[in-house]
Design a protein around this ligand. Structure first.
Ligand SMILES: *Cc1c(COP(=O)(O)O)cnc(C)c1O
Length: 456
C-alpha cells in the first residue's frame, strides 16, 4: 500500500524536512480511493482542479464536513478555507439547510412543474436586491452565464462580446477564450474542442485598462452585445478593481448600447446580500449567480430588469430551459441559506472577522519582511507571494510565486488547514469559523510562512 502512495508523489516532490516542518499526513485511504476513481473518471475526478495537480500529493477524498471542519477518508481533520469553492458561507452541513432540505424531500424530489419554492427563493432575492426585478433559475453557474450571454446577444441583436483576461465565467464555449497578443485581441480558445468561430466573437482585454476597453469599442463599433466581468475577479487570484474603473466599464457600455453583465457567481451574496452591484453601487444590466445561491446544492440564476428578462422564452424569443431548473430540493437549500444571510448584521460580523484574520496575517508577514500580501474583500481572501501593493491584472501575477504556494499548501495540510489546491484560488471564511478556529488557523499559517521563507 505504502509503495503505491509513494508512486503518486513525484520523486522531486519528496521534501527534505527542515526544522519546523512536519511529516506528511497519512493519505493511504485517499490514495486507494483515487486509484479506483482513476479507473472510471478522466484524471480520477469530475472537475479538474480537484486532482491536486498544482500541489503535493494525492487528492484528499472527503468523508464528512461539519461547521468549518472537514474530515478525509484517513480521518485527518481540517479547518476548511475552500468551503466547496464558495457556496458554504454558513459552513458545512448547516442544521437549518439540512432540515429544510429533508422537509422538502419528504414530498418528492422533482416534478418538472412549477412549485411555490421557486417563487419563495426569487422573492427573497428580488425583495432584498435593488438591482434586479426578474430572475431565472438554472442548475449551475456556467449555465447561468451561458444564458446571460445569449440573452445579451438576443436583446441587442449583436454577436460580439468582450471579456477580461483573468476572469473566469464557467466552461461554455464563448467564454473559454483567452487573450492573444496585443491591446485588443480576438480571443484564442483556451480549450480544445471550441470552434475558432466562437473565439472570433469573443474579444479579450486586460482588466484595469480603460484604453484597451475604449479601443475595443471603437474597433468593433455597434457590434458589441455585452461586456462580461467578474466585478470582484476571484478566479485568478483576487484582482480587486478600483471602483472608478468599474464605473468606467458601466458608462462605456451605456454609451455604446452594449449590456453590462456582472458575473456574480462568487461575489453574489458573498460581499453582501446585493453582491458586488450593491458593494460598488453599480447597476449592471444582467447579473449571474451560482455557488452561495444554492446552499451547497446545484443552483445558478441570472436576472435583470423586467424589460430585459422579457426577452426570455416563453415571454420572448431567447430560448433557455432546464429539466431540473428550480428543483425543489435545491430551492429549499437556497431558501434556508439566504434567509440566514438576509438577517441584519450577518455580513458585518462575517466581514469583520475576516478583516481581523487577514490583517493580523499581513502584520505578521510584514514584521518578518516576507514578500507576501493578503488581499481581501468581504469574506474572500487571497494569499499572494508578492510585494506589490495592488495586483489588478492576471499579468501581474508571477507564475514562479506559485512554488511558494505549493510548499505552503503541503505545510498547511500537515497542520490541519485545508486550502483549495491552487495558488490562483481564493479562500473563503464562513459564519461557522469561530474566533478560536481562526486563531488556531492563524498560528498554523504563521508557522507555514516561516517555513516557506526558511526563517524558522
Ligand atoms: C464558479 C464560477 C462560474 C461557474 O459556475 P459553475 O457552477 O462551476 O458552473 C462562473 N463564473 C464565476 C465567476 C465563477 O466563480
Amino acid at each position: 500500500m505504502f509503495d503505491s502512495i509513494k508512486n503518486i508523489f513525484n520523486s522531486n516532490d519528496e521534501p527534505n524536512l527542515v526544522y519546523g516542518e512536519k511529516p506528511d499526513i497519512v493519505r493511504e485511504k485517499s490514495a486507494e480511493l483515487y486509484e479506483k476513481a482513476k479507473q472510471y473518471f478522466p484524471g480520477g475526478v469530475n472537475s479538474p482542479v480537484r486532482a491536486f495537480k498544482s500541489v503535493f500529493g494525492t487528492p484528499l477524498f472527503i468523508e464528512k464536513g461539519d461547521g468549518c471542519r472537514l474530515w478525509d477518508a484517513d480521518g485527518n481533520e481540517f479547518i476548511d478555507f475552500c468551503c466547496s469553492w464558495g457556496p458554504l458561507i454558513l459552513g458545512h452541513n448547516h442544521p437549518k439547510i439540512r432540515e429544510k432540505v429533508i422537509e422538502v424531500m419528504q414530498n418528492g424530489m422533482s416534478f418538472g412543474a412549477p412549485t411555490s419554492l421557486e417563487t419563495e427563493l426569487a422573492e427573497l432575492i428580488v425583495k432584498n436586491n435593488q438591482f434586479l426585478e426578474k430572475i431565472r433559475f438554472t442548475s449551475s453557474g456556467t449555465e447561468a452565464v451561458m444564458s446571460a450571454i445569449r440573452l445579451a446577444r438576443g436583446a441587442t441583436k449583436r454577436d460580439k462580446i468582450i471579456k477580461f483576461e483573468g476572469c473566469y465565467h464557467g466552461h461554455s464555449d464563448s467564454l473559454l477564450v483567452k487573450a492573444g497578443s496585443g491591446l485588443v485581441t480576438f480571443g484564442e480558445t483556451s480549450s480544445a474542442g471550441i470552434p475558432k468561430a466562437f473565439a472570433d466573437d469573443t474579444i479579450v482585454v486586460s482588466l484595469n485598462d480603460k484604453n484597451a476597453l475604449k479601443e475595443a469599442f471603437s474597433q468593433f463599433k455597434d457590434q458589441i452585445a455585452c461586456v462580461i466581468i467578474e466585478p470582484v475577479p476571484a478566479n485568478n487570484g483576487l484582482l480587486l478593481q478600483d471602483k472608478d474603473y468599474l464605473e468606467y466599464v458601466r458608462s462605456i457600455c451605456t454609451e455604446n448600447g452594449a449590456l453590462l453583465i456582472f458575473d456574480e457567481v462568487i461575489s453574489g451574496f458573498r460581499v453582501g446580500f446585493e453582491g458586488a452591484a450593491g458593494y460598488y453601487q453599480i447597476q449592471p444590466d444582467i447579473i449571474t449567480y451560482g455557488k452561495i445561491i444554492g446552499g451547497g446544492l446545484p443552483v445558478g440564476a441570472y436576472g435583470g430588469s423586467s424589460e430585459i428578462m422579457s426577452n426570455i422564452s416563453p415571454e420572448g424569443s431567447v430560448y433557455q430551459a432546464g429539466t431540473l431548473s428550480g428543483n425543489p430540493v435545491a430551492m429549499a437549500a437556497g431558501i434556508a441559506q439566504l434567509t440566514e444571510l438576509a438577517k441584519s448584521g450577518f455580513y458585518k460580523e462575517l466581514n469583520n472577522k475576516t478583516e481581523e484574520f487577514t490583517a493580523s496575517i499581513q502584520r505578521y508577514a510584514a514584521s518578518k519582511n516576507y514578500k507576501f500580501k493578503v488581499f481581501t474583500i468581504g469574506s474572500i481572501f487571497w494569499f499572494a507571494f508578492t510585494d506589490m501593493e495592488k495586483v489588478q491584472t492576471s499579468e501581474a501575477i508571477d507564475p514562479a510565486s506559485m512554488d511558494k504556494f505549493k510548499s505552503m499548501h503541503r505545510e498547511l495540510l500537515n497542520r490541519g488547514i485545508y486550502f483549495g489546491p491552487s495558488g490562483y484560488e481564493v479562500g473563503f471564511i464562513s459564519a461557522a469559523h469561530s474566533k478560536m478556529d481562526l486563531e488556531k488557523a492563524k498560528r498554523a499559517i504563521f508557522d507555514c510562512l516561516d517555513i516557506v521563507f526558511k526563517n524558522k
